[in-house]
Design a protein around this ligand. Structure first.
Ligand code: ATP
Length: 462
């Protein structure tokens, strides 16, 4: 089972401290969200799983953390200043701002307002999605010399550091550069909880290779992501691949395959249940060329007269110099977190007929790995032992102590936030130096000696 709809996750996330509406005490800020104690743990675990996978488990990728604000020329030459826009139309009747490419058409082929159903829409115009800011204490808000942008993707920070990483790491093709970080887009229609926000986080790899190898490597990344999503608990029946048509491709892309996840299982039309979780593009040599000083346009003039560098690659084996092609798998942290929560959601009826929520998160992603619970909170011996066990476990795994309810309620609370194991300290524990370990998924209980508790939990968590 997965969550029946996003609203179920919104309410769980708020109730239990995964995600809160941002600026809530001032009335909120449209489509902005803050990650609470459990949300930040889950997001960190997702980022760690990704980094372990791309940087540590492979041997051909280096990490990077580039600036959010770069020289404006980065965005001029990347093409973002002129082309990073969505088609914006206004509904003349209800005044809603609409993303034209996301609207349905009626039987006459006319675009229909998604808010009120009217077809009385303005012509669409391009709306640039980059957030503007100005640099420096003396600059005026409209000073073009001070204009800068918050990055709309982490990728460009990688391209402009291509030579730095190549020279210092002494890599040979093929190799990649990985980065996790915030990106900002002034989205026309943000919404659906954390699915589309104006501030979000991306995990991107730019994988550089010889041009002739790019199609094969592109396919290898597609297969690799299919497998990796499985390790997060995302089932293949909720993921479909979407091959972008030539008309849809971004200006830099030769081929892009999007992975769509079933974020909207409650929609009647099955096609509309799916939306983008990640995209894998063959960006060709576009980015390295446009940031280089040597390439010339059709008019014989240099396409970039501002850069000081040439981002070509010299292959010592073939004595060739060329601009590598680049395969880019790009996935959002926030959409991954949403998919992971939806996928893990399960409802189960206990023997008293009560419906319980269980979040069947993979142990590696669970915000809390173990909860230590005293069976009697008024018994000093039990409480002292339970607190000691928590302290002993905490350095090796996230552990909490909770005595704020009866044991049934405490178990239910941990199930709902995805804690794989509860450890209960009871009267007998003081005699036999053993505790009861309860499994979140099976609700089965096992008696385990305190001496071997940490090793037992570590093994079952791994
Ligand atoms: P969409 O078509 O949904 O606007 P996109 O194709 O513009 O997405 P990319 O530029 O390919 O997105 O960005 C890579 C990934 O970053 C996306 O697959 C998604 O996971 C994430 N992402 C992009 N925009 C947002 C956003 N506004 N909010 C949350 N995540 C986002």
């Amino acid at each position: 089972m997965t969550a029946p709809n996003i609203e179920t996750i919104v309410s769980l996330a708020k109730r239990r401290g995964f995600v809160f509406p941002a600026s809530d005490i001032y009335g909120g800020l449209g489509s902005s969200w803050d990650y609470g104690p459990l949300g930040v743990e889950l997001a960190n675990n997702i980022k760690k799983a990704w980094w372990d996978w791309v940087v540590y488990e492979r041997d051909d990728i280096e990490g990077l953390d580039s600036s959010i604000i770069q020289n404006r020329l980065v965005w001029k030459y990347s093409g973002h200043e002129t082309t990073f826009s969505d088609p914006l139309a206004d509904c003349r009747d209800c005044k809603t701002r609409l993303r034209e490419d996301k609207l349905d058409r009626n039987a006459d082929g006319k675009l229909v307002c998604s808010n009120c159903g009217s077809t009385n829409l303005t012509e669409s115009r391009p709306f640039n999605l980059m957030f503007r800011t100005t640099i420096g204490a003396v600059s005026g808000d409209d000073d073009p010399m001070a204009l800068a942008y918050l990055r709309p993707e982490t990728a460009q920070g990688i391209f402009i550091n291509f030579k730095n990483v190549l020279d210092t790491s002494r890599r040979k093709l093929p190799f990649g550069i990985a980065q996790v970080g915030k990106a900002f887009r002034n989205e026309v229609t943000p919404g659906n909880f954390i699915f589309r926000t104006r501030e979000f986080e991306q995990m991107e790899v730019e994988y550089f290779c010889r041009p002739e190898d790019a199609p094969r490597i592109h396919q290898e990344w597609i297969d690799a992501y299919d497998a990796w999503l499985g390790t997060l608990g995302i089932s293949s029946e909720n993921v479909v691949h979407y091959e972008q048509s030539k008309e849809e491709l971004a200006h830099y892309s030769d081929r892009t395959v999007d992975f769509l996840y079933r974020f909207f299982p409650d929609r009647e039309d099955e096609d509309k249940q799916f939306d983008e979780l990640l995209g894998i593009a063959n960006r060709t040599d576009y980015d390295l060329r446009v940031h280089s000083k040597k390439p010339e346009g059709e008019d014989g003039k240099r396409i970039n007269s501002d850069t000081t560098e040439d981002l070509s690659y010299f292959d010592p084996q073939t004595n060739e110099r060329f601009y590598p092609y680049c395969i880019e798998p790009s996935i959002g942290v926030n959409r991954t977190l949403l998919a992971v929560l939806m996928e893990a959601y399960e409802e189960r009826t206990n023997d008293k007929g009560e419906v319980r929520v269980i979040l069947k998160l993979k142990p590696s992603l669970a915000p809390i790995k173990v909860a230590v619970l005293p069976l009697a909170k008024n018994n000093e011996g039990i409480v002292t032992l339970a607190k000691k066990l928590r302290r002993d476990l905490q350095p090796s795994m996230r552990a909490v102590y909770d005595d704020t309810g009866g044991i049934g309620k405490l178990y239910a609370r941990q199930d709902e936030i995805g804690t794989p194991f509860c450890v209960t300290v009871d009267h007998e524990s003081l005699e036999d130096n053993a505790v009861t370990v309860r499994d979140r998924d099976t609700w089965e209980q096992e008696r385990v000696a305190i001496e071997g508790l940490k090793a037992y939990l570590q093994e079952r968590l791994s």
